[in-house]
Write a protein that binds this ligand. Structure first.
Ligand code: ATP
Ligand code: MG
Ligand code: FE
Length: 354
């Protein structure tokens, strides 16, 4: 099926078009430049930008695919989670398109779409060889280890962060060391100039009492915590300020990044090994992180687990991932959404489509 996917959950207005698992168009407009001065995404500004960008981005995607709306079989839109006002623009626009064209509409979960992008031909060579898929979702709002029994109907949560998401930790630490906003790419760049062993920052929830044993697993065996790490970075920075010494920002960035990548990859491989998962799809904005990509590649390889990492521009928010999940829903015969559905800012991974 030819599916248009629309994404407006945060600061990116994204429209993607797929034909089954083939990507035909991928257009994104970001309002990030308008938020930088505030050090965070301002919901009202993001929502207004979606109103302005909705039609231009949609038209650019149709142009890129050389299609008309009449050629489309279905429309998919992010229903949640995300910023309420931002989500509402995409959902209202998608409903209007569905009514105007008479095409079925799928309100989908943004988090599952971050994973579903891995099903595109350009991203994963062949998922058919895997007997049990898993996924690691690392984004601005979420850090979750998932077992994918069926992408469109049965996604099981194995573990998650109990406090900050990985991306959130990057953004907070970036503020502490003056790396700027958004923090992820800035720290990734600084870390390349620093020593990852300079500071030994904590790996949250890794103590024996948290982990338990394979026979009697602790309740946090596959969970993460990044708030202690953020506090440890804050204390380290403070020590330099107190003594009026220059903060070794690159070393702190590298050591922080090492701690994040280490604990995320260790628990991911453990959860996969203990749940018969033989292939992992990586998804979410933090999947753009160079050290995480490198260490996860090394550790999954050593454990004999396959790994799919999307290219950078399909890791951060986009419409192609929404279209990719929409096409899977159509292919699996899932019913379209009732047009009465609303945006759901707090939607969790248990709901794939509304
Ligand atoms: P969610 O998907 O949970 O709703 P979101 O859509 O806001 O949240 P994404 O767009 O998936 O999040 O990812 C944005 C996050 O990715 C930000 O926190 C950003 O700092 C982080 N990020 C982007 N590039 C990198 C990088 N190279 N290294 C680390 N983090 C990164
Ligand atoms: Mg974004
Ligand atoms: Fe996202």
């Amino acid at each position: 099926p030819i599916v248009v996917g629309i994404e407006t959950s945060c600061d990116e207005t994204g429209v993607g078009i797929v034909s089954g698992t083939k990507l035909l168009a991928h257009q994104v407009a970001s309002s990030m430049d308008d938020h930088v001065a505030f050090g965070g995404v301002i919901p009202e500004i993001a929502a207004r930008a979606h109103v302005t960008e909705f039609l231009p981005v949609l038209n650019a995607a149709l142009d890129e695919a050389q299609l008309d709306l009449a050629d489309i079989d279905a429309i998919a839109v992010t229903a949640g989670p995300g910023l309420a006002g931002a989500l509402m623009v995409g959902v209202a626009g998608a409903k209007a398109l569905a009514v105007a064209t008479g095409k079925p509409l799928y309100g989908i979960n943004h988090l599952i779409a971050h994973i579903g992008v891995g099903y595109l031909d350009d991203v994963a060579a062949d998922l058919g060889n895997s007997s049990q898929l898993g996924a690691l979702l690392v984004s601005g709002g979420h850090t979750e280890m998932l077992k994918i029994n069926s992408l469109t109907s049965d996604v099981e949560l194995l573990g998650s962060t109990i406090d900050d998401a990985a991306g959130e930790a990057y953004d907070k630490v970036a503020r502490l060391i003056g790396a700027g906003y958004p923090g992820g790419p800035a720290i990734d760049k600084m870390a390349k100039e620093g020593d990852p062993q300079a500071f030994r920052f904590p790996r949250g929830l890794s103590a024996p009492k948290n982990m338990g044993t394979p026979e009697t697993p602790g309740k946090d065996r596959y969970n993460w915590s990044f708030s202690g790490l953020k506090t440890a970075v804050s204390r380290a920075v403070e020590q330099y300020h107190l003594r009026d010494l220059p903060v070794p920002a690159n070393d702190i960035a590298a050591s922080f990044q090492e701690a994040v990548a280490d604990v995320i990859t260790k628990k991911t491989v453990l959860a996969a090994s203990e749940h018969g998962i033989d292939h992992i799809l990586l998804g979410g904005g933090v999947a753009a992180n160079s050290r995480l990509r490198q260490l996860l590649t090394e550790r999954t390889h050593a454990a004999g687990i396959g790994l799919t990492i999307p290219p950078l521009n399909l890791c951060t928010d986009n419409g192609a991932m929404v279209a990719a999940l929409g096409a899977q829903l159509v292919a699996d015969g899932v019913s379209p959404s009732d047009l009465q559905f609303s945006a759901d800012p707090t939607q969790h991974v248990g709901i794939v489509s509304v």
